[in-house]
Design a protein around this ligand. Structure first.
Ligand SMILES: CC(=O)N[C@H](C=O)[C@@H](O)[C@H](O)[C@H](O)COP(=O)(O)O
Length: 226
């Protein structure tokens, strides 16, 4: 399967950070396998380690990102050119990166970052938080624009999923728009497609069982009579 198969399909984000119960590549490979069995056409995965493990066992294109904290910087999704190249070398078919205009630890602008990665032939998914950032990332040459960071920058406070942003971007741009962030029901995924999404990424609603459990437990505990 290649990135050409992503069109109109579901990409499942299989991520667990070090504080989460499913942290560890073996769990992420199992999640990716379950996603494939369920009909996913791609996987979104964090860190070279997880991407390497998943790509060696699962035949689906991987959107790779590397969540890394750099002291003094707010951005954390594949912050530097070096991080992006590491993800590509680990087996990511597309590399996702923070595409806001916030300062980057390697001192490059977003435009320079995208130009440099394009020179290496790396397909780029621009994770944006606002309409204007989407327009800029498309102008700089990103291959996909994803609404990943909508609601996660201090200046983009919004209710999720932000399917209105998917609609506005896909009405304006010819570059594929990806709906991602807070999609938690099949109905929302369908709506995202109708709003023009090239494909839809769903993470927590499928691969973070502690959050899924909490939705059930919270409803029940609210009704308990002591
Ligand atoms: C904001 C941020 O850091 N998002 C991350 C990006 O890779 C992941 O933690 C999300 O799980 C992913 O975007 C999918 O979104 P949701 O889990 O809401 O379906």
């Amino acid at each position: 399967m290649t990135i050409n198969n992503l069109k109109h399909g579901l990409v499942v984000s299989c991520q667990a950070l070090s504080h989460e119960p499913l942290h560890g590549s073996q769990h992420m490979v199992a999640m990716a396998r379950a996603a494939q069995e369920g009909g996913a056409v791609g996987i979104r995965s964090n860190s070279p380690e997880d991407v390497r493990a998943i790509s060696s066992e699962i035949n689906l294109p991987i959107i790779g990102l590397w969540k890394k904290d750099y002291d003094g910087f707010d951005i954390y999704i594949t912050p530097t050119v070096e991080d992006a190249i590491a993800m590509y070398e680990a087996g990511a078919a597309i590399v996702a990166l923070d595409a806001t205009s916030r300062p980057r630890p390697d001192g490059r602008t977003l435009e320079e970052t995208i130009a440099e990665l394009k020179k290496c032939g790396i397909p780029i998914m621009a994770d944006i938080s606002t309409y204007e950032e989407g327009i800029d990332a498309a102008r700089f040459g990103a291959d996909y624009i994803s609404t990943t960071l909508s609601g996660y920058t201090p200046y983009s406070v919004t209710k999720l999923p932000n399917l209105e942003l998917v609609y506005r971007l896909s009405e304006t741009l010819t570059v594929p728009i990806v709906a991602e962030g807070g999609i938690s029901t099949p109905e929302e995924a369908r709506q995202a497609r109708e709003n023009g999404a090239h494909f839809v990424v769903v993470g927590s609603a499928i691969t973070r069982p502690q959050l899924i459990t909490a939705q059930f437990a919270n409803v029940l505990s609210a009704q308990r009579i002591f």
